[in-house]
Design a protein around this ligand. Structure first.
Ligand code: GNR
Ligand code: NI
Length: 173
């Protein structure tokens, strides 16, 4: 297991669509486990491979609260096969936009088809926090950040705040 450095915007790798995985093999399983370790260490509820500089369609999620059993989800090549007509606003954050938050409108519920860590096709019905998180992670695979769902004005406000916060901070490795 290994903790991987998380990329912070602006970074061109966060804007690049990721490539499909051919097979979930030992290398992809290792990536999934490293991403879970990285996500838990960063106190995140999800992480997408492009956030750790890997341009592959792999995401991990665990929306269990601290008082619940961990429930790690490992997904390759996730696809939304159904989305509800109704949408909801919910506040989002992102490990690649640290300390920035905004309300994002998304379908209330989705059904996702994916390959699990054993290369088996599975489907998951996701609503509430899980539904929001899986859509947020899948956006990363297209090079989309939550700020891309906002008005230009709100997006630029957040990106400028982030730049300001990063100015003067020592460069990360
Ligand atoms: O840890 C995270 N929390 C979160 C909160 C609301 C909506 C989405 C998320 S995902 C985020 C981790 C992350 O950046 N995943 O890509
Ligand atoms: Ni994110």
């Amino acid at each position: 297991m290994a903790i991987l450095p998380i990329l912070v915007a602006p970074d061109p790798r966060l804007k690049t669509p990721a490539k499909a995985v051919e097979n979930v093999d030992a290398e992809i399983r290792q990536l999934m486990d490293d991403m879970l370790e990285t996500m838990y260490q960063a106190n995140g509820i999800g992480l997408a491979a492009p956030q750790v500089g890997v341009s592959k369609r792999v995401i991990v999620i665990d929306v269990a609260r601290d008082d619940e059993e961990p429930n790690p989800l490992r997904m390759a090549n996730p696809e939304i096969v159904w989305a509800s007509e109704t949408e909801q606003l919910h506040e989002e954050g992102c490990l690649s936009l640290p300390e920035q938050f905004a309300e994002v409108m998304r379908p209330t519920a989705v059904r996702v088809r994916y390959l699990d860590h054993e290369n088996e096709i599975r489907e998951l019905d996701a609503d509430e926090m899980l539904g929001i998180c899986v859509q947020h992670e899948m956006d990363h695979l297209e090079g989309t950040l939550f700020v891309d769902h906002l008005s230009t004005l709100k997006r630029n406000m957040i990106l400028r705040k982030l730049q300001k916060a990063r100015r003067g901070q020592p460069a990360t490795v």
